[in-house]
Write a protein that binds this ligand. Structure first.
Ligand code: CP3
Length: 341
């Protein structure tokens, strides 16, 4: 039994007394309390693998910011690692893979990730569930297959991901073989998260928007479709950043919630997807503004989405230099807002 299950009810399309709210990257560097715990680990990868520390920072934003859900502290890159491609997190630069995927032989060498390699995540989930004691739901997550492929082929972050995109054109069969393996791993991983206690799961397709519509429909959406078909136990959210051609197609996908970034038009997506719950989409940069600015833009967003089938969030993750008090202000504004009947 979850005491505050407002987010789950919104995800299932039930009426809620107010709009639920959480923030992508709510567990992170904006919280001084996070930085204290983070300093106890040798590096980011070790931090993620330490279930006790991961559980501790997962719960922090629930207590400090008052959000309506916790999201398990981990990273989307644990899947490549479990498949056999280890990653590092280079300070101020981001992810780095010393080995990348280029050929069919490389794909054949990769494992299907199982719960064994990822038990540190399911252990952290069990610790969090115990600690939360039913106060709010826990969100599990994974990267969407295309975004995971992008890192495995590119080897790092990139403005263009031209190497990863080029790979789709030069080696489409290898790309599909890799996407299949990532998809199988991701389904097993999400099911393990759910068995450990995740109440809802989210797929992050952070690099969706760099593909053209036709390429997305060939190399990304079919795998998201497979995952959504397989996850029947709890609601599932698809967040495909900057994918303007996508909402019209998502009506055919078995997801419950659709995440939107700030470039998406709430009412237009609502018209296309009347049977999905929408989540988003405040530009995190609004939180650099003063109180009046934050109230104005948050109210504008709440009005645009309306009171039904809606979960308030940012359009992407919090930036590390955002003031924690401003993030809390955003949460408070949403929680206090009364929609006109
Ligand atoms: O609070 C939460 O949202 C949960 C934690 C979470 C992290 N990563 C922790 C993290 C989540 C949901 C992610 C997902 C993730 N990781 C995505 C998808 C979401 C998105 O932002 O588009 C992506 C693309 C990654 C890959 C990744 N991890 C990058 C590009 C970076 C470097 C960027 C940066 O801010 O430095 C990371 C590192 C990372 N993952 C940090 C955190 C808190 C920062 C590193 C640190 O704290 O030392």
């Amino acid at each position: 039994m979850i005491k505050n299950d407002i987010l789950l009810r919104a995800a299932r399309g039930e009426t809620t007394e107010r709009t639920p709210v959480w923030m992508m990257r709510q567990a992170g560097r904006i919280l001084p309390e996070y930085r204290v715990v983070r300093a106890k680990a040798k590096n980011f990868v070790e931090f993620v693998k330490n279930s006790e520390l991961a559980a501790e920072v997962t719960i922090q934003p629930v207590n400090i910011l008052g959000v309506d859900a916790a999201i398990i502290f981990s990273d989307i890159l644990v899947i490549p690692e479990a498949m056999g491609l280890p990653y590092e997190m280079v300070e101020a630069r981001g992810p780095l893979f010393r080995t990348t995927v280029a050929t069919m032989a490389d794909v054949q060498k990769l494992n299907i990730a199982t719960e064994n390699e990822l038990s540190y995540v399911t252990d952290a989930i069990r610790l969090v569930k115990k600690e939360l004691d039913g106060s709010v739901p826990l969100i599990g997550f994974a990267g969407a297959p295309w975004t995971i492929l992008a890192y495995m082929v590119e080897g790092s972050g990139s403005k263009t991901f031209s190497k990863a995109k080029g790979f789709l054109y030069t080696q489409p069969l290898v790309a599909h073989a890799l996407l299949e393996k990532i998809t199988t791993s991701t389904i097993l991983y999400l099911k393990a998260q759910i068995a450990a206690g995740a109440d809802i799961v989210q797929l992050f397709d952070s690099w969706a928007g760099i593909l053209s519509g036709p390429m997305y429909f060939e190399f990304a959406l079919p795998y998201i479709d497979k995952i959504c078909e397989a996850i029947t136990e709890v609601p599932i959210t698809v967040f495909a950043k900057d994918a303007h051609y996508l909402p019209a197609q998502l009506q055919h996908i078995k997801c419950d919630v659709v995440g939107l970034d700030w470039t998406m038009h709430p009412q237009r997506v609502r018209d296309l997807l009347p049977h999905k719950t929408l989540q988003g989409n405040l530009d995190p940069c609004v939180l650099y503004g003063d109180e009046k600015t934050i109230i104005h833009h948050t109210h504008q967003m709440l009005q645009a989405f309306g009171s039904k089938r809606y979960i308030a969030n940012l359009g992407h993750g919090l930036y590390p230099d955002i003031d924690k008090e401003k993030a809390k202000l955003f949460v408070d504004i949403v929680k206090e807002y009364k929609h006109n009947a």
